[in-house]
Design a protein around this ligand. Sequence first.
Ligand SMILES: Nc1ncnc2c1ncn2[C@@H]1O[C@H](COP(=O)(O)OP(=O)(O)OP(=O)(O)O)[C@@H](O)[C@H]1O
Ligand SMILES: [Mg+2]
Length: 230
Amino acid sequence: MIAFHDVHKTYLMGETRVDALRGVTVELPERRLAVIMGPSGSGKSTFLHLAGCLDVPTRGRVACRGTDLGSLSSRERAEFRARSVGFVFQKFNLIPNLSAARNVELPLFLGNQPTAQAKRRALDALASVDLADRASHRPAKLSGGEQQRVAIARALVNDPELILADEPTGNLDTKTGLRILAMLRGLVEKGKTVVVVTHNPEIAESADALVILRDGAVESFSTAEGRSRP
Ligand SMILES: Nc1ncnc2c1ncn2[C@@H]1O[C@H](COP(=O)(O)OP(=O)(O)OP(=O)(O)O)[C@@H](O)[C@H]1O
Ligand SMILES: [Mg+2]
C-alpha cells in the first residue's frame, strides 16, 4: 500500500545538513500491522511523516495505493491527509485547554462537518477507546494512557484507512502499552493499515512486517511469514 522508492530526506538547519533518510526503498503491506524500529535519530519519525504525507521527500518517491504523493498539490495533500490518514504523534499533541471530546472533534472541523454530527462522531471515537466517561476532561486531568487513547480517538474520528502511530506506547507502563497494542491490532482486523514506530520488542514480534532503520537507511525488512520460517 505504501511504497517508498529511493527516498531521501535532508533537513537544512542554517549551515548544518542532516540526511535523515538516505535512499529508503520499502513496501508496507495493506491492511496489516507494520512496525518501524531503529535507534534514536535513525529516521523513524521522518519515515512516518513522509508515509502520512505530512512532509515531502527531498528526493525519491512515496506512493500510497499507486498514487505518487509527490504529484499532489499542497491542497490535494491536505485533502489526502484529512480523508485517509490518522496520525498519533510521538508526544500526544493534545490541546490543553480543550476537553477530550473537543480535541477529538478537531479533525472534523477541518473537513467542515456539521457540529452535531462532529460531536456524535467524537463521542463514538472516544467510546471506541473506552473513554466515553472522560469526554469532558481536559488532558491534564487524564492519565498518560488515557491521553494516548484520546490521541488515538482523534486519529480514528475520520475513519481513515491508514493509521500511523509514532511510539504510541513509549511513555506508558507495560499493561497500558499492551492495551494500546491490542487496540491497534483491532484496527487491522477492521481492515485498516497500521504503521507503528516503537522500541517495544513485543509489538515488533507481533508485526506482519518489520522495518529496521539505521542511519536513515533500511537495515532489514522482514515479514511475519519470513520470521517464522526455520
Ligand atoms: N525538522 C527537522 N529539522 C532538522 N533536523 C531534523 C528535523 N527532524 C528530524 N531531524 C533530524 O533528522 C534525524 C532523524 O530524525 P527522526 O526524528 O526521524 O529520528 P527518530 O528515529 O524518530 O528518532 P527518535 O527515536 O529519537 O524519535 C535526526 O538526526 C534529527 O535530528
Ligand atoms: Mg521519532
